[in-house]
Design a binder for this molecule. Structure first.
Ligand SMILES: Cc1cc2nc3c(=O)[nH]c(=O)nc-3n(C[C@H](O)[C@H](O)[C@H](O)COP(=O)(O)O)c2cc1C
Length: 455
């Protein structure tokens, strides 16, 4: 393998398994800042490209109310605001990229633009925005007191949102606008700081992002959501995507994103395709398999069904378990990635979908066995799918310690990951030294004052 894989570490602002491990119930966890700082420092020491904290306002609902199992068992339920953690993590680290999610449904573009620009300053260029239309949309629509917008309309809104955000980041300040010259008493050049003009289908704006340009100007743009509309958004704007599925579906999704991005003039390799991978390693293959099976045995069908309801709004337990999901159930306005991956000529039965969610959750099969075996499986998947790296899922106890101690050194030994992160910014970690800014082929580049055609 000639390419160097990108390694992102996944965590979300949610409680993980520790609260139910006997003797560890009171360990510091997701509401404790020290837990997050410790995690970020470990990611940095291991040489990961970035730490990603997922986030959502949603939680599992069915028929307009919260699912009791979600509350009782903490299935995609309790969470803290991941974005609030970011400045503390920026202060605690110096090279690690820091990525978090804000849904385009939750915050308006000027808010997102200001928050991420601030974080880009505070982290000295290490911040990334994971653009999603949101998961568990039915729940968050209820929470916000809004009607559930149809799925593809949410993606049209996301497109408009990103357009305006890019105008604010790239278009307001020319590169030489922030003068800050005490001798002439000029703070910024009024000729070079311009109001954006935006009249989109969902957002309008005449205004200035008042926070001066940060090291990346635009944060590194990530996307997660692999429905057809999601892949289109990714191919248009994203610089990296998070994908989770079995190998055939992954290969199709990645091929599709590369084709679409090439058709948009961005090139086949403009979007780093990162597989959400789980490494379950032990001293022997038997031990690893036994530990994985013991973990599955603890997961009830209700738990699996509630997880599925979170991602799709569909109640699998109300369907005929021995048939594939009927088209009427599959027609959901919640997230569609985890519906579309179970449709088609080889569609599994509802029971098989439930078993898949019991065994692997949303993230696909783990790489299982000794360290060497798990790494062999992971690298084979990279070859089969043409992916660019991994978004590594936590261990069963919620941490990443085994990955850092065992898997990362093995990946390094095989020469498939970077020895040192290039450049000081997240974009350079992913694309190489000197690539701190969006490339000229990205649609955001057209909004720069030298290039722009609006206003
Ligand atoms: C690894 C990974 C991480 C994700 N992180 C988030 C997240 O932080 N917040 C969120 O709302 N959706 C996240 N998603 C995406 C949702 O699962 C969901 O697919 C998407 O938001 C809805 O879009 P869709 O209709 O295209 O599926 C993630 C997906 C993957 C594979």
């Amino acid at each position: 393998m000639t390419k160097k894989l990108a390694i992102g570490m996944f965590q979300n602002g949610r409680a993980r398994g520790t609260w139910k491990i006997p003797g560890r119930e009171h360990e510091p966890n997701f509401t404790d800042l020290d837990y997050w700082i410790d995690l970020a420092r470990k990611c940095e020491a291991a040489g990961a490209d970035f730490l990603f904290l997922a986030d959502s306002y949603g939680y599992p609902t069915l028929g307009g109310t919260v699912v009791p199992t979600a509350v009782e068992r903490d299935v995609q339920f309790s969470t803290v605001d991941s974005q609030m953690l970011m400045s503390a993590l920026a202060a605690a680290t110096s090279t690690l990229g820091l990525v978090t999610t804000v849904s385009t449904m939750a915050e308006k573009p000027p808010i997102v633009a200001r928050q991420y620009r601030t974080l880009d300053h505070l982290s000295k260029g290490r911040i990334g925005w994971n653009i999603v239309t949101g998961s568990a949309q039915a729940g968050s629509a209820l929470l916000f007191g809004e009607p559930l917008m149809p799925h593809d309309d949410r993606y049209a809104l996301a497109d408009d949102h990103v357009q305006l955000s890019l105008k604010l980041w790239e278009g307001c300040w020319a590169d030489d606008a922030f003068v800050r010259d005490a001798a002439t008493a000029v703070w910024a050049d009024p000729e070079r700081v311009r109001e954006v003009v935006h009249d989109g289908p969902f957002f309008s704006s005449r205004g200035v992002l008042v926070t001066p340009p940060s090291p990346q100007v635009t944060p590194t743009l990530f996307q997660a959501g692999a429905s057809s509309a999601g892949r289109e958004l990714a191919a248009t704007y994203a610089e990296a995507v998070f994908l989770a599925a079995e190998s055939k579906a992954l290969a199709e999704q990645i091929g599709d994103i590369r084709r679409r991005s090439e058709a948009k003039g961005r090139g086949r390799d403009a979007v780093k395709c990162l597989i959400a991978g789980t490494f379950r390693v032990a001293d022997t293959e038997e031990e690893a398999i036994a530990a994985h099976e013991a973990q599955i045995a603890e997961i009830s069908l209700e738990f699996a069904a509630t997880t599925y309801a979170y991602f799709t709004g569909i109640d699998l337990l109300s369907l005929d378990l021995d048939k594939p999901m009927p088209a009427s159930a599959a027609d959901t306005d919640n997230g569609r990635t985890n519906v579309e991956r179970f449709l088609g000529p080889d569609a599994p039965t509802v029971r098989e979908i439930l078993e898949e969610f019991r065994a692997n959750g949303v993230m696909g099969k783990p790489f299982l066995g000794t360290v060497e075996q798990a790494v062999d499986q992971a690298l084979a998947l990279i070859e089969e799918t043409d992916a660019d790296g991994f978004l590594v899922q936590p261990d069963p106890d919620g941490g990443h310690d085994l990955f850092f101690e065992k898997v990362m050194p093995e990946l390094r030994r095989r020469g498939v990951i970077k020895d040192d992160l290039p450049g000081g910014t997240l974009r350079e970690h992913l694309f190489g030294e000197g690539q701190a800014r969006l490339p000229d082929t990205h649609p955001g580049a057209a909004f720069r004052q030298e290039a722009r055609t609006f206003a």
